[in-house]
Design a protein around this ligand. Structure first.
Ligand code: UDP
Ligand code: MG
Length: 323
């Protein structure tokens, strides 16, 4: 059986040698039937050189390089499109997800599952902020989304060929891959593991990237925020009613000039609601715009390996290369 391991890398020159060392033992049972696909997502450090070195040391390593940085989810997509294995294992380059869990995931897949996802029981070496926002993110996402996306999971998982093919049928630009796998269905199961601290380097998900990732997930898997505007209009109706009573009451009882405070309050309350709902609309319209352009997700600029040293034969994968 053929196995593909897909790893997106952006500025991971220090992690790659450690990663390859750990993976060597893991792929041993598959020998020539395994490929390790490292995707260089427009790195600015020596990541591509590190991938070439890794290929010389371990022939199963197959490197592809994107023409520019496209982000974690698209880099992962590029690797998944290139993979030819019957089972595909995805992990991050920083070894936060232990590759040694693979045999256990394999056993679960033997039992008939199509997706075995890692569930983070403990997260080590991450800030309280990251842990809290991640915790809240999955709960909010699940309360809004129509698809049950398992809590506290990442893209760390083993998937079957048919589950992967189903996901690759989905052409969207804003990709939230763990949600897409949840959406395609089949039999899925979680396996708990301890998420370790990064082995080297720093996180490539600054707050801005996390926010974007979260809005992609929310807008990609729920249209409920759009209905929020309707709900808010009920609230504003109620508040207006209370204000009307107050205004009429004070006019009769105190015979005062109309109050300045209530005016300011009303104006700021309703303009706040309007801005908020406009913003929500904007998030969806912006994504509609990006989707309608139907641009290719990425271009490949370089390749190393393509498994010439392994028994896996494939046609040229440089289909998206621009020459
Ligand atoms: N990554 C990528 N492109 C990016 C950002 C990240 O390919 O634009 C890769 C990164 O090299 C790593 C994985 O995605 O292998 C997860 O990123 P990171 O570990 O920085 O995220 P965190 O674990 O901190 O959420
Ligand atoms: Mg990480």
């Amino acid at each position: 059986m053929q196995l593909s391991i897909v790893i997106p890398c952006m500025n991971e020159e220090e992690s790659i040698p450690l990663l390859i060392d750990r993976l060597k033992g893991v792929v041993e049972p598959w020998k020539e039937n395994a490929e390790i696909i490292l995707v260089d997502d427009g790195s600015t450090d020596g990541t591509w050189e590190a991938i070439q070195v890794a290929h010389r040391k371990v022939p199963q390593v197959h490197g592809i390089r994107l023409s520019a940085n496209r982000g974690h989810q698209i880099a992962l997509t590029a690797g998944l499109e290139v993979a030819i294995g019957e089972r595909i294992f995805m992990l991050d380059a920083d070894l936060q997800d232990p590759p040694e869990i693979l045999p256990e995931m394999m056993l679960m897949m033997d039992a008939g599952y199509d997706v075995v996802y890692g569930r983070r029981a403990v997260r080590r070496g991450e800030t309280v902020f990251k842990r809290t926002t991640a915790f809240l993110f999955y709960r909010i996402l699940n309360s809004l989304s129509d698809v049950a996306i398992p809590n506290d999971t990442g893209d760390f998982r083993l998937v079957s060929r048919r589950a992967l093919n189903a996901v690759l049928e989905m052409p969207e630009q804003s990709r939230f891959i763990r949600g897409m796998f949840a959406w395609v269905g089949f039999r899925q199961i979680g396996l708990e593991y301890v998420r370790e601290a990064r082995t080297a380097g720093v996180t490539k998900y600054p707050f801005r990237a996390m926010l974007r990732f979260a809005t992609d997930a929310l807008t990609g898997f729920s249209i409920r925020p759009l209905r929020f505007a309707t709900r808010l209009s009920f609230l504003s109706l109620f508040v207006t009613l209370l204000m009307a009573i107050y205004v009429v009451g004070s006019l009769i009882l105190f015979n005062t000039a109309p109050g300045w405070a209530s005016m300011v309050l009303a104006v700021s309350f309703f303009s706040g609601i309007q801005l908020l709902t406009l913003g929500i609309l904007g998030e969806y319209i912006g994504r509609l715009y990006v989707e309608t352009k139907r641009r290719p997700l990425y271009f490949l600029s370089e390749e190393v390996g393509n498994c010439e040293n392994t028994e896996i034969k494939k046609e040229s994968i440089m289909k998206k290369e621009v020459t």
